[in-house]
Structures are given as C-alpha cells and as structure tokens.
Design a protein around this ligand. Structure first.
Ligand code: AMP
Ligand code: ZN
Length: 457
C-alpha cells in the first residue's frame, strides 16, 4: 500500500516488514464534543488500517486522549480543559471523561474499528517526564529561569523538514504555542514542561518543580512507549503539521537518534459552508445533528469516502442525503442474494492501495451496479469486498424506515425551533411528526426519533 508522505512529499510504500504495522493517530482534546471534521481525520486512520488488513497485515493502532496541556491560543494560552471546566463549573477531569465518552460513542456510530489503546495524557505524566529527562541529558532541552523546561530548536538541525517552516525563516513575534515566555533562549523553542505558576489544578510534581506537560511532548512519549520506539504510519489532520508534528518529530528523533516515523499522513480539512469546520468559526456539525435529521450515521462516512482524504471537502446536506439513499439501495441489493464468500476484486484493491483512492472505488462499484450484464450475485460480491474497507455495514439487516423529504424537513425545522427556544413551534411540529408515526425523544444531545406506527394517524 502506498500513501502520500508529508515528509518526503511523495507517495511512499507502507513499511510492512515487521509482523505488525504500528500506527499512531492524534486523538481529540476532550474539552468539547467532537465535530464531523474531527471525525473525518479519525476515519483516515481507520481506512488505512482496514486496507492494510485487507492486504493480510496486522495492525496495532494507538490513539491518545489529550486531557491536559493543550493551550488555547485565543484565551491567554489557558489550558483548554481548565477554560471549559470554568465554563461548565465542574472538575476538569469530569469534563474530560464526559467528552471522552462522547468521542468513543461517535467512533462506534461511524463504524471505526477501536484502537488497541487510548492512553490519556494525564495517565502518562511519568512517561513524559522520563522523555524530558532524556532530552535534557542529551543536550536537546534546558531548564528556563521560570521553572519550565524548553526544547532547544536549534539543537535539531532538520527542524522544519516536515512543515517547510525553516528555523531561520520563523520570525520572533509570530504566534507560537507557549509564546510569551521570557525564559526561552530562542523564540522558536517550546515548553516540554510548564511551571505551574499560579495554576492549582491539573498539576504534577516533577524534578523541575510542580507543573504540567506540553501538548507536543505527549504524542512523542506515547507513540514511542506504546509502539516500541518506531511508528510505521502517523496520522493527523493538516493543521497538526506545524507546530505539533514538527515538534513531535524533533523530540522523538532527538532521543531515538533516528527517524522514528516512516510515513507522516495528513488528512485535509472538512469545510462546511465554505469554511474550515471549527468551534471558533461557529460552523460545527456534530454526528448527532446528522442523525437527528433521520440520516444513518454511516451516510456521512459514505459522503466522506466520495472525496479523497487529501482534498478539502465542502460538506452539504444534499451530499449527506444522497449518500443516505445510496446506502439504503446498496443494503437492499445485498439482502436480495444469499450470503456469499468473499472474492478479491483487483480493481478495488488497487484503488485502496494507491493512496486510498476511495472515490475511484465507489465509481467502480457504481459502474458494476449499473451493468446489466452483471448478475446480482456478482454485484453483491464486489460490494461486500469493498465494504471491508468502506465500512458501511452493507450486510446489516435494514430495519430503518426511510424518511420522506417532508419528514426530514420537519425534523430539521423542529431542531431549529428548539435551538432558538421556540417551544410552541417545536410542540406543533412534534404533533405533526407523530401523525407520521414518529416518536420523539429530547435529550442533552438534541432530539432523536424512533418509528412508532401505533401513533400514526
Ligand atoms: P483537536 O481535538 O482539536 O485536537 O482535533 C482532533 C483532530 O481533528 C486533529 O487531527 C485535527 O487536525 C483534526 N481536525 C480539526 N478540525 C478539522 C476539520 N475541520 N477537518 C478535518 N480534521 C480536523
Ligand atoms: Zn498528537
């Protein structure tokens, strides 16, 4: 299998020489619900893993949970967890566990095969301290006069190779994470360990005084520890290329004395209404927003697969609706023939192996579906083979009722009315929906529905 490698800026064969391919995917910062943009990136590691398994490889995948140390650039570099804990007026660890559970539930709904381990940053403080000690001993890090420990960027000659941000071109005053430090020797150095200062929560003792770890050191410590110091495939969203992965590469390679990651994969961003989906842009769509409109959660998985992971994708409701109908149609076709044994389809395998060309795989499937000379058995064989990677659960017995456009529209109108606090309007629409046989439940994640034919009028 070949994938585009950000470091060499070329397609590169995945290193499958060991018995198990080691993969690391940067996980969520658990201070809020994940949005479908995050899920597009988490899906990327699932697609790589499934393709490798289709080729007969076994995979070990680690995905971290960031529950400390990720500082917000907007709010005076406050820890995102502590800022949210203040907003919700509860303990930061309980905030973290709440959103971590939501993350796992979304992955399940998206049919993403669970990672082998989801280590939390707050459970790996000793690992990070050990790595920092080794960096200091090797002359790559130093203690600042403020009690924080910094990585010395100039000690790592190939700094910038991943992102193209060369040290001599990085100007002071540019916004770096952990900027504003008077104790750094060089403006591009970054904190591995931050002194607690006035902070009283989420801090730990260390050889350098009480404090907390930096975000970048977390991923070096965990990937090296849980994957035996060598990572065959490292995955994350494009925005993590700099500074997060640039810094991770420097830290890991500095202690290991070699290139620790064989292949750096970066997924392009998901846009919604023309802009990168993000909390700060205010255009966030969660998986529950999609299911609340009556769409199968795997409709968004199919909508993602219709676009190459390396291109930006502008999501629309029309694309989700079209994917939903394709899903229902394919599942019906699969159910119409008896259970079959799987046969390799070379064209599909080639599409997956060549930098995850999922749009091509789907194009092949559509052509087979339309081909009147193909038997239904042959069509279903191809669908089920592709589903090993696509993960659309095509052999699932379809119990879901297809919603008409009118009902979908009413569900959306009611969600909108509730969001605006228009309760009379929301009740009016509820009655209408009940007359179509839908039973509605309102919970903290929004409205959900089930089909209750007894209510139909
Ligand atoms: P965070 O929880 O913010 O650390 O992000 C988790 C993952 O989601 C990272 O790999 C990000 O690069 C990725 N990500 C964030 N926003 C988007 C987006 N709009 N589209 C695709 N991936 C994203
Ligand atoms: Zn990371």
């Amino acid at each position: 299998m070949r994938i585009y490698d950000t470091l060499s800026r070329d397609l590169k064969e995945v290193n499958t020489t060991s018995s198990t391919v080691s993969m690391y995917c940067c996980g969520p910062t658990v201070y809020r619900d994940v949005h479908v943009g995050n899920l597009r990136t988490f899906l990327l590691s699932d697609l790589i893993r499934r393709t490798l398994e289709l080729n007969g490889n076994s995979v070990r995948l680690i995905q971290n949970i960031t529950d400390v140390g990720h500082l917000s650039e907007d709010f005076h570099e406050e820890d995102k967890m502590l800022a949210q804990s203040r907003l919700e007026n509860r303990d930061p660890f309980s905030v973290a566990r709440h959103y971590e559970a939501g993350f796992h539930s979304d992955l399940k709904d998206l049919n993403i095969i669970p990672a082998d381990l989801y280590p939390r940053a707050s459970d790996c403080i000793a690992l990070m301290q050990d790595l920092i000690n080794r960096l200091i001993a090797g002359g790559f890090a130093y203690c600042g006069s403020d009690g924080s420990v910094y990585f010395d960027a100039t000690s790592f000659p190939s700094y910038g190779a991943l992102s193209g941000n060369r040290l001599d071109a990085l100007k002071p005053g540019h916004r770096y994470e952990y900027a504003g430090e008077g104790a750094k020797k060089f403006h591009a150095d970054w904190a591995l360990w931050k002194s607690a200062g006035m902070r009283t929560e989420m801090i730990w003792d260390s050889p350098w005084g009480a404090g907390f770890p930096g975000w970048h050191v977390e991923c070096s410590a965990m990937s090296l520890h849980f994957l035996d110091a060598h990572i065959n495939v490292h995955v994350g969203g494009m925005d993590l290329r700099f500074p997060h992965h640039e810094n991770e590469r420097a830290q890991s390679n500095a202690v290991a004395g070699e290139e620790c990651v064989d292949l750096w994969v970066h997924g392009e961003h998901l846009l919604f209404e023309g802009r990168k989906m993000s909390k700060s842009a205010g255009n966030v769509l969660r998986l529950s927003d999609i299911t609340n409109r009556g769409f199968d959660p795997l409709a968004i998985r199919l909508a993602f697969l219709e676009n190459r992971y390396r291109s930006q994708m502008d999501l629309s409701w029309d694309a989700i609706a079209a994917a939903h109908s394709t899903l229902i149609r394919w599942r019906k076709l699969v159910r119409s023939v008896p259970v079959l044994s799987l046969k390799v389809h070379n064209g599909l395998l080639q599409a997956f192996n060549e930098d995850l060309d999922t749009p091509k795989a789907i194009q092949i499937l559509r052509a087979i579906e339309k081909d009147s000379k193909e038997s239904n058995v042959a069509k279903v064989e191809s669908l089920l083979y592709a589903d090993k990677v696509l993960g659309l659960d095509l052999s699932r017995a379809e119990t879901e009722t297809q919603l008409t456009d009118e009902v979908k529209d009413l569900l959306a109108q009611r969600a909108d009315a509730r969001a605006k606090g228009k309760w009379d309007e929301s009740d009016r629409i509820r009655e209408l929906l009940e007359s179509f046989g839908l039973s509605l439940q309102d919970g903290p994640a929004g409205q959900s529905w089930s089909f209750d034919a007894s209510k139909r009028s």
